[in-house]
Design a protein around this ligand. Sequence first.
Ligand code: TRP
Length: 334
Amino acid sequence: MTRILSGIQPTGGLHLGNYLGAVRYWVEDQALGESFYCVVDLHALTVPRDPASLRRDTTEVATLLLAAGLDTDACTLFVQSHVAEHTQLAWLLECTASIGELRRMTQFKDKATKGGEEAARVGLFTYPTLMAADILAYQATHVPVGDDQRQHLELTRDLAERFNARYGEVFTVPEATIPPAGRGARIMDLQEPTRKMSKSADSEQGVIGLFDPPEVIERKFRRAVTDTDDGADAVRFDPGLKPGVSNLLAILAAATGRDPTEVAGEHRRYGELKAAVADAVIEMLRPLQVRYRELEADPAAVEEILRAGAGRARPVAGATLRSAMDAVGLLAPR
Ligand code: TRP
């Protein structure tokens, strides 16, 4: 049986890179098995977060996932903190992981060195064990994640295997489903095409927000940085030599479900390519934006979906937690 689980952080201002790199695959794959998707609000607390913005962003991301096409008949959508079993299981996994292996996590090293390791939150250090709990609680077989989460997934597999070896078979050992090349287009910043499109970019001009109106999308693509070797065959898919143009081709291909090299053959000039990409992205985002406005107008309906989602998730996570607790020797409460 295929069981899919993935999580997304509640950050405001989701952009085209998030959509084409993650959200879209959740939607496309939601019916391939039993799938669980969560907004990982607890993970957001590993770095300083303003409570009001966390609240707002959690609702925004959940609403956006629904607007993008997650269908609660096909999948279970919920908020991580609504299912307390995640943090309970995380404790058992903290008692499975070693300090040394958590210290080797590159994301921890990157983020902890920024503000100084002494001041980093303990939760930032143990973050991967919570992520492992998210996954293992559902006995997930497949975990769609971006490349940057590969190391956390490897750790999850190690923890599952170690726990099973120590205490007996409790956890399914999951596989990462990193989107295959061509499918998981890595979307780059339009102004700095050698950098991944990211919310933390210096300027918004290189980032297409999922709520950007058509004229803003057009303008951002029109001003996108292209490459300087204007010769014949200027429109070519070659990410190494022509990062700017290749990024536009990758976006156009991803938005239209085609291959970047094939798409390259249909355009002669940068200006014309930019207009085509803008049109394709505007068309792709239009239904999502319309649906978002509808859902946003009815927050009680979204809340109800999340409540029902947590209700479906809890017994699944609870059963795993119970067997894990039992396996390590914790008494069942009477
Ligand atoms: N750590 C992931 C990220 O930052 C989010 C996440 C949390 C996650 N729990 C998960 C992803 C479980 C997949 C499965 O993107």
